[in-house]
Design a protein around this ligand. Structure first.
Ligand code: F6P
Length: 374
């Protein structure tokens, strides 16, 4: 009997997801005669048994499409809001998996998805994952699909902001996605020639940023571009977050953990307007008119770049090879031009943040870019 392959997309969407679905599906069908079904809207749709057939025809003409034809959600199998209460739906998911006689469940997603897939693998399901996210923060893979497209969009935005910043002699602050990892802000800031780049990995001092801008004015450069990752924060705020995260990690019991998690959610919500506050502060400190542009979900929308299409196709087809070899419990990682399986247990343990000695940071510092901590 043909192998039964289930596939879902989970977490925030990213350009290249459809190319990856197509890569897995077409290779599974054309090369191995497998049968492929999709589950809609991530782990929630899996739990609800919401399926769609994915024959070869359904996989045509999707290579260039943004988003995901399967839909997605941020639901976690073990903490799914049901009737206003978080519930562990892992056993229900296992029933759906058995009902469809799946040989494997392929999960396309970011860091959260890797951890959720591991939970399902630990329940006895055969799982293979692919690394998707514009944040590029998944460990043990060179890169993730979605990142290259978002990098292009954010770079183009900075290019456009340059001409208006110079015309008005303004400071333009541009917020780029990346909550815990600053790859996108760093890459786009470097490619777009930002004067200041602020990352979650490097807590900043507002006075240091203002001094960089004033020094530029003294040199006759009356505009500045400040590229800010959405998770970047001041030194004081970073210290508060560190205390709150330690409280969650070291919570003695379930109640303490829940309370610490709630406190962190509240801090995150308060942080949401941080880039606006920073823009206002910089205007006050430098005396230069300052404006904020938040790129937001523009960075995740639209057509995937050529590089993301190639990456998603190569990882997707390698995924079909692994399924044929019954190689489960792994993420298909990008290593140079190759695709290699890495254990989900290893992936789930880590987050890939920007190392402080990364060559992109050194190159930026060499050409006078400030990271707000000098
Ligand atoms: O996970 C990718 C990402 O785009 C992050 O960069 C961003 O912080 C987050 O998703 C936004 O999530 P949502 O689309 O759920 O608001």
């Amino acid at each position: 009997m043909a192998k039964q392959v289930g596939i879902l997309t989970s977490g925030g969407d990213a350009p290249g997801l459809n190319a990856a679905i197509r890569g897995v599906g077409k290779a599974a069908i054309e090369s191995y005669d497998m049968h492929v079904i999709g589950f809609k809207n991530g782990f929630r749709g899996l739990m609800q048994d919401r399926t769609m057939e994915l024959p070869s025809d359904a996989l045509s003409n999707i290579l260039t499409l943004g988003g995901t034809i399967l839909g997605t959600s941020r639901d976690k199998p073990h903490r799914m809001p049901i009737a206003g209460k978080e519930q562990d739906m892992t056993d229900v998911i296992l029933e759906v998996y058995d009902k469809h006689h799946l040989d494997v469940l392929v999960c396309l997603g970011g860091r959260g998805t890797q951890k959720n897939a591991l939970r399902l693998a630990n329940k006895g399901m055969n799982v293979v994952t692919l690394p998707k996210t514009i944040d590029n923060d998944i460990p043990l893979t060179d890169t993730t699909f979605g990142f290259d497209t978002a990098l292009g969009i954010a770079t183009d935005a900075i290019d456009r902001l340059h001409s208006t910043a110079t015309s008005h002699n303004r400071v333009i602050v541009v917020e780029i996605m990346g909550h815990r990892a600053g790859w996108l802000a760093l890459g786009a800031g470097l490619a777009g020639g930002a004067d200041v780049i602020l990352l979650p990995e490097i807590p900043y001092d507002e006075n240091a940023i203002a001094e960089t801008i004033r020094a530029r004015t003294r040199k006759g450069k009356h505009f500045s571009i400040v590229a800010v990752a959405e998770g970047a924060m001041s030194k004081a705020e970073a210290a508060e977050f560190e205390v709150a995260r330690a409280a969650k990690d070291n919570a003695a019991n379930k109640e303490a953990k829940q309370a610490a998690r709630k406190a962190l959610y509240e801090m995150d919500a308060k942080h949401a307007n941080n880039t606006l506050r920073l823009t206002e502060k910089l205007e006050a400190l430098t005396g230069l008119e300052s404006r904020l542009t938040i790129l937001g979900h523009l960075q995740r929308g639209g057509t995937p770049s050529g590089a993301d299409r190639i990456l998603a196709t190569c990882l997707g087809t390698a995924c079909a090879d692994l399924i044929a070899d019954k190689h489960f419990g792994v993420m298909v990682a990008a290593r140079g031009d190759n695709a290699e399986p890495v254990a989900l247990e290893e992936v789930a343990k880590m987050r890939k943040t920007v190392p402080l000695d990364h060559p992109w940071i050194s190159a930026a510092r060499h050409i006078g870019v400030s990271f707000g901590n000098e």
